[in-house]
Ligand binder design. Structure first.
Ligand code: GLN
Ligand code: ZN
Length: 755
């Protein structure tokens, strides 16, 4: 039985690629140094896999920024605005990834989207109509050759043509019309790999796990039939992940493939599909059994049972990761602050390599369950199941339907809130954070390193908050915030103040380009230790007569941006976290806070890939979890929420059912296109569609913001509109922030005068 890895993390166990690339961006490292550093990392990653006994080690999973952007370059889909800068290939690529402003011109980056249901972002490739597609990069072949020179007969990987076709923006003629052209480029790539001596080539097709239409199936056939007809003796592995391929399984079975990779971790129906219809005897089934999104040790008993069943159904079997390991950290080794039990329960990328090898070995035994490897695995997993909190469980179990319902109804609350808050029309506010300047970060770093004590740290935080409150008053905002200077990250901060979370030192995961995140791990049952934000909000409120809006992170976002448990259903975890945040909400209200914002930045992101799983699934627990957080407050307390994306056209009713009083969301980048849809749907929550984009240092002019507001008011009544930026301001500089907010206030005043 072969072992196969779909993809490996590339940023470096110590984020070497991030730091080196950022040095290159700043002009502190040469291109030669960057290329050499990247090569060094690739070698290190291949060697780690070889040492772990992996048979099919991927090459081409490396990227300087993102794999879909690499694929665009490979097929020659580089928009003219980037080519015309006249930069070298690497800098043209970086211009696509992050924009370019300099002597050669001024262009924005390609837009970015979430990669399926992960927190990784890809660049939306654009395929210009006037450019013929052709094989235009040697990177995947060079990397294959690089591994070969190291004595590694690798399995090169490419993002497959179907997924590329589905995720790219086709300008002019669409993917269906140009399928032959695209297939031809891939056929040439296969020929190049064959000439270099490759045995297997992997084509990654996560788009096959989505809901597919008849036209999609036609496209799949139109791409793969010519491609596979040209493959010669090369073995082609069609690798799917992030779910099952129920809509195209029949078609895929009929294709002239040598390997089919299926996801048995997230693919709810995968096993059922294989049971109902086996693969051709010549085809190898790559069984994705070692999850690439979770951080827990594999359940050997379960994986071996699946492998045993599959062995009956199909003669050629390989054991594989369920998706790329890009989405997990490198290794548990440096996490010395964790307990032995905790370390034993975890498996990051390196540990997962070992799991693949062990599963292969165990699968070959007559009685695998009694082998020491299997026994050790079962023991480590059992230890993790200990440590439940009976009080938390009992409290969650006692939640009733009434706890999910806030009374009185929203319209009646709106009247109480109008009286209590005394705000005029079109109130101005921000989303919470203010610029995290070097000074803010240095204060936190000094405290973490023990250079200053808690008192000194907090006293500096109080000063920062005071400065921020004064600045907001001077700018003329109506509803103020404390600035979030105590938070490095909106999830980590709450995790640190709740029981049940583990924090790692080195467990970084790439989010996009050179940006990495270090998600906390939910280890045990979750509860609040004590008040978290009450003091800092109270301090901010003591400095001003204007209302200060408290700032919390919601349960769905805390859950979605952490590594969740496997032994507890997400619905149950969400209730536990919701109850903990609810305690904070109630304490804030008791302390006199009149406006509380509960951010659900990541609610949309984990919406299941298939519509059938939205209701009767995710939304059925995510929306109630949010309601549970705020259902206990009085009518005059105003609850806000915030979402980072405005792409919720298809779940508008569900968002309304969160029953917040006000919701702000990102809208400027998408030109407020959702606003008319809100009107059409009779959206009843008051809204603050962001009036300017905070992802750019650009200062919006007053007239520009006025225009945005007027266009919003064409669809929505002024009584239910708030005026705010798109998102938090933590990544911005202080000067541009102040200028932008001044313009925002001026625009709101001008528009108010006219309504
Ligand atoms: N309150 C948070 C902030 O302003 C919200 C961030 C977010 O939506 N990602 O930073
Ligand atoms: Zn946001």
């Amino acid at each position: 039985m072969l072992t196969s890895v779909i993809g490996y993390p590339r940023i470096g166990a110590n984020r070497e690629l991030k730091f080196l690339t950022e040095r290159y961006f700043r002009g502190q490292a040469s291109q030669g140094e960057l290329l050499a550093g990247a090569r060094e990392l690739r070698l290190r990653h291949w060697r780690a896999q070889r040492q772990a006994g992996i048979d099919l080690i991927p090459t081409g999973d490396f990227s300087f920024y993102d794999g879909l952007a690499d694929t665009a370059v490979l097929v020659g889909a580089v928009p003219a605005r980037y080519r015309e800068l006249g930069l070298g290939p690497l800098d043209t690529y970086f211009a696509m990834a992050r924009g370019y402003q300099g002597p050669k011109g001024d262009v924005k980056a390609l837009s970015m989207r979430k990669w399926f249901n992960t927190n990784y972002h890809y660049l939306v490739a654009e395929v210009p109509d006037d450019v013929g597609l052709s094989l235009s990069s040697s990177a995947p072949f060079d990397q294959y050759a690089e591994a070969a020179a190291e004595g590694i007969a690798a399995k090169p990987t490419l993002i497959g043509p179907f997924t590329f076709a589905k995720l790219a923006r086709w300008l002019g003629r669409g993917a269906a019309e140009r399928a032959g052209e695209l297939a031809q480029v891939y056929a040439e790539a296969l020929a190049r790999f064959a000439a270099l001596g490759a045995e297997w080539v992997q084509l990654e097709e996560p788009s096959l796990v989505m809901d597919l239409t008849a036209a999609d199936l036609d496209l799949l056939a139109a791409l793969y039939q010519p491609l596979l007809a040209a493959k010669g003796g090369l073995k082609v592995l069609l690798q799917t992940y992030f779910g099952d391929i129920r809509d195209c399984y029949e078609l895929v079975r009929e294709l002239d493939l040598d390997g089919i990779g299926l996801d048995f971790v997230e693919g709810e129906e995968t096993l059922e599909l294989v049971r109902a219809g086996g693969l051709k005897p010549s085809v190898t089934l790559f069984a994705g059994l070692v999850g690439g999104k979770n951080v827990w040790r594999n359940d050997y008993a379960e994986s071996l049972a699946t492998l045993a069943e599959l062995a009956e159904l199909t003669p050629n079997l390989a054991v594989s990761t369920a998706c790329s390991l890009l989405h997990v950290p490198y290794t548990v080794a440096p996490e010395t602050a964790l307990t032995p039990d905790q370390r034993a329960a975890l498996a990051f990328a390196e540990e997962k390599l070992t799991e693949l090898d062990e599963l292969r070995r165990l699968a070959g035994l007559a009685d695998p369950a009694s082998d020491p490897l299997a026994v050790a695995n079962a023991e480590a997993r059992a230890r993790h199941r200990a440590g439940l909190d009976a009080a938390v469980r009992a409290r969650a179990a006692a939640v009733t339907e009434a706890d999910f319902t806030r009374l009185p109804a929203r319209a009646e609350r709106a009247l109480s809130q109008r009286q209590a808050l005394g705000l005029g029309l079109l109130p101005t506010t921000t989303i919470g954070s203010f610029p995290q300047t070097g000074e803010v970060k240095a204060n936190r770093a000094r405290f973490r390193k023990g250079e200053i004590d808690q008192a000194a740290y907090e006293s500096r935080l109080r000063e920062l908050t005071a400065e921020c409150v004064a600045a907001q008053e001077a700018i003329g905002l109506d509803v103020l915030v404390h600035g979030e200077f105590e938070r490095g990250d909106m999830v980590e901060y709450f995790g640190e103040n709740l029981d049940g979370f583990l924090f790692t030192k080195q467990a970084w995961v790439q989010s996009y380009g050179t940006r990495c995140v270090k998600p906390p791990i939910i280890w045990g049952d979750v509860k609040r230790r004590g008040p978290i934000t009450v003091e800092v909000i109270g301090h901010a409120q003591s400095l001003t007569d204007r209302p200060v809006k408290a700032m919390l992170t919601g349960p769905v976002t805390i859950l979605n941006w952490s590594f969740p448990r496997e032994d507890v259903a997400p619905a149950e975890s969400a209730i536990q976290i919701a109850l903990a945040i609810r305690d904070e909400v109630m304490d804030l209200e008791a302390a006199g806070v009149r406006i509380i914002q509960i951010d659900e930045a990541a609610l949309r992101e984990k919406l299941p890939l298939r519509r059938a799983d939205w209701r009767g699934g995710y939304l059925d627990w995510a929306i109630p979890a949010f309601r549970l957080v705020h259902s206990g407050v009085g009518a005059s307390t105003q609850i806000h929420t915030h979402m980072c994306y405005s792409e919720f056209e298809d779940i508008i009713g569900d968002i309304d059912a969160m029953d917040a009083d006000v919701i702000s969301f990102e809208a400027a980048r998408s030109s407020h296109s959702i606003v008319p849809a809100l009107k059409a749907a009779g959206f009843a929550t008051a809204v603050g569609p962001g009036v300017y984009d905070i992802h750019s240092p650009r200062v919006p002019a007053v007239a520009e913001i006025e225009q945005a507001l007027c266009s919003i008011l064409e669809s929505l009544p002024a009584e239910s509109v708030w005026v705010n930026p798109d998102c938090g301001l933590k990544t911005r500089g202080p000067a541009e922030t102040q200028a932008s907010l001044k313009n925002l206030v001026a625009a709101a005043r001008a528009v108010r005068a006219g309504v």
